[in-house]
Design a protein around this ligand. Structure first.
Ligand SMILES: Cc1ncc(C[n+]2csc(CCOP(=O)(O)OP(=O)(O)O)c2C)c(N)n1
Ligand code: SF4
Length: 294
């Protein structure tokens, strides 16, 4: 008689590494990593099947606190590295994380290209509206008027709106969460990971040391408006963009946009082309040349 071995199941604790986080007590990133553990347990992939890439910043320490393969890489360069990993090892589940400075300042130029290329990965930004690691300078998402060590008179600049930014460039899965609502955050991260293609989660993650009062957990609990309670249809990109314009004034949580008809992924198209060339017995080293010539 044939016997079937039960597939291994994972719990949140299986994704927690032995490294003790060195974040300030109360930092929102503690909640984000917990939500990631929960989401990964639901996904059910083994830690060794996950590559977790980050840039540089307090939030970019996150891969080290998980049991996945981690790369705390270079400031602003997590996305190109992660795309390279996915192309070289398509069977891996690839996660990318970092701060708003990492993603929308020094790394901002990579975001549109990662979106239009549509490599299958999940990008989680811990948006605390400040540079945490370097001790409280203005970040691209700092609100106008914010006084920091680099803006004595209050910031003169309009902030970047990460939600509108990624929607405008055509991202097919866009969500927002806060660690003040742990199960909601774990849920959107899980849905983002399950989405085939580039997916984006903006996390309003409080910086308790340099961040604003309105950006702390207590304020988030009072402000939070789940998109489901507004009757928002996540299949409607224009409605998502309309809501995203309220970034900085309202705290909407949940899925803004999920394209119900996911386009082909870059890694999928490359794999398909490689398969065609391999059946025509083209030497492996020439596969990429052939692809580029077309
Ligand atoms: C090329 C380069 N430029 C600047 C820095 C200095 N630096 C390190 S982290 C950081 C910004 C951190 O802010 P953010 O990305 O928002 O992350 P947070 O620390 O707030 O989580 C900067 C400017 C660096 N490490 N490398
Ligand atoms: S400085 Fe801010 S972002 Fe960095 S660990 Fe402390 S609270 Fe968190």
């Amino acid at each position: 008689m044939e016997t079937h071995k039960a597939l291994p199941t994972y719990q949140a604790k299986d994704f927690k590494s032995d490294l003790k986080p060195i974040w300030c007590p109360g930092c929102g990133d503690f909640g984000v990593v917990q939500a990631i553990y929960r989401a990964l347990a639901s996904i059910g992939r083994a830690p060794h099947e996950i590559a977790f890439v980050s840039g540089i910043g307090c939030s970019s320490r996150i891969p080290g606190y998980t049991t996945a393969y981690g790369f705390n890489s270079v400031h602003g360069r997590a996305l190109p590295i992660a795309q390279g990993i996915k192309l070289a090892r398509p069977e891996l589940l690839v996660l990318v994380a970092g701060g708003d400075g990492d993603g929308f300042s020094i790394g901002g130029g990579h975001v549109p290209h990662a979106i239009r290329r549509n490599t299958d990965l999940t990008y989680i930004v811990m948006d605390n509206q400040i540079y945490g690691l370097t001790k409280g300078q203005l970040s691209p998402t700092s609100p106008k008027g914010l006084k920091t060590v680099t803006s004595e008179y209050g910031s003169f600049e309009e902030p970047v709106n990460p939600l509108l930014y990624v929607l405008a460039y055509g991202a097919n899965f866009v969500a927002q969460g806060t660690p003040a609502d742990m199960s909601g955050l774990a849920d959107v991260i899980e849905r983002a990971i399950r989405y085939p293609g580039f997916s984006f989660v903006n996390v309003q993650s409080p910086c308790v040391t340099f961040g604003m009062e309105e950006q702390q957990a207590k304020a988030h609990k009072a402000m939070m408006k789940p998109l489901t309670s507004l009757g928002h249809d996540p299949k409607n990109r224009l409605a998502a963009m309309d809501l995203a314009q309220k970034y900085g004034r309202e705290l909407h949580t949940g899925v803004f946009y999920e394209n119900p008809d996911p386009p082909r992924t870059f890694d999928g198209l490359i794999r398909e082309r490689q398969g065609q060339l391999e059946t025509r017995a083209v030497p492996r080293e020439r596969i990429f040349d052939q692809f580029l010539q077309k």
